[in-house]
Design a protein. Structure first.
Length: 334
């Protein structure tokens, strides 16, 4: 008798398990958000968005309301950064990505690195945190400003990263090329801090939100973020000439040993998608973030200053995706 009961209950279990598996497999739609290196803020951004979406999906499932949202599930893998993400969205490999405001602009307009490869279907979703462009130099390199990088070993970032692109724009503005440095490296954002602390490179340029754990590691080994002179200098020209750049400050005390504000220029981190992505998906992603906003902001200290009104206006040069617009109108934000 006991054997029969055990047999029946395990059969029932297999039946129930396979039934619920087919239900989930049939109704869930999977998509990908491209991020950045595992030690950056983009990786946290993509994963925070997925977390908010899954949280909304769970409460909708538990409510068992008929006709509620399709079950969307996402992954946010680490990637090469902004331009890589936009390229993958263009190819239809990723549905969303995090990208710097300057590269969003260039991709949709076919300028700079995107000349001849214009991506007219690129769509803005919202902007996130500020990303001051930072040049970190190790103590022994005795560098005080950009000019002091002459003859030094400098990491300009991996191809495909936003940091690489923006470093090249800065170099252009300063009237220098790779030959100005002793040598350049193409390390990823997650490799550069160790290389700096080990003395393998003298400096790196990086656009990233703050506070950031990896930069704190650099500060702890004695490295410093250099101020970039704006007033009257060539970088002021960069800021004046483009909406996607702004003056930026890393306040004193952000990192160990940082006694003064670090002034520089910066971009916004933005979330982008394609006009080929269905409106309902974009709507659900935006809704999940905006309706769990306090929780979203807690996912990384760089999100603390975020305001919904700014997120739908600042740093966006591609048209807003219609699914995002639908939510903003419905929520009375537009
Ligand atoms: N802004 C960097 C880039 O586009 C990524 C920064 C981050 O990972 O937080 O390459």
């Amino acid at each position: 008798m006991r054997k029969i009961i055990t047999f029946l209950s395990s059969t029932l279990l297999i039946f129930v398990a396979s039934f619920s598996f087919t239900t989930v497999a049939k109704s869930a739609e999977f998509f990908t958000i491209g991020t950045g290196g595992p030690t950056g803020v983009y990786f946290q951004t993509g994963n925070a968005i997925c977390k908010m979406l899954h949280k909304s999906a769970i409460s909708a499932d538990h409510g068992r309301k008929k006709g509620t949202a399709k079950a969307y599930r996402c992954t946010a893998p680490s990637t090469g950064g902004s331009n890589y993400n936009i390229g993958q969205i263009k190819e239809g490999e990723f549905q969303f990505g995090v990208a710097q405001s300057d590269w969003q602009f260039h991709a949709v307009n076919g300028s700079s690195k995107w000349e001849g490869k214009q991506f007219k279907g690129l769509r803005a979703v919202f902007s996130v945190h500020n990303e001051p462009f930072q040049i970190w130099a190790r103590k022994k390199a005795k560098v005080k400003d950009f000019k002091g990088l002459k003859g030094k070993v400098v990491n300009i970032g991996n191809p495909g990263s936003g940091q690489r692109g923006t470093m090249e724009e800065l170099m252009k503005a300063m009237g220098v090329d790779n030959g100005y440095f002793k040598s350049t490296t193409e390390l990823t954002s997650s490799e550069q801090v160790k290389a700096l602390c080990d003395g393998k490179i003298d400096a790196f340029g990086y656009s990233v939100g703050f506070p950031n754990g990896a930069m704190e590691q650099a500060a702890t080994c004695g490295a410093k973020a250099l101020p970039i002179n704006l007033v009257g200098g060539p970088v002021q020209g960069l800021i004046d000439g483009a909406d996607y750049y702004a003056a930026a400050t890393i306040p004193a005390g952000t990192y160990t040993g940082q006694k003064k504000d670090v002034t520089t220029f910066g971009v916004k981190a933005t979330v982008v998608t394609s006009n080929a992505v269905e409106a309902d998906l974009v709507y659900q992603v935006v809704k999940a973030v905006f309706e769990n906003f306090d929780d979203f902001k807690k996912q990384h200290p760089a999100f603390a200053p975020l305001k919904k009104e700014d997120m739908i206006a600042d740093g966006l040069s591609a048209p807003l995706h219609e699914g995002a617009k639908r939510y903003y109108k419905e929520a009375g934000l537009m």
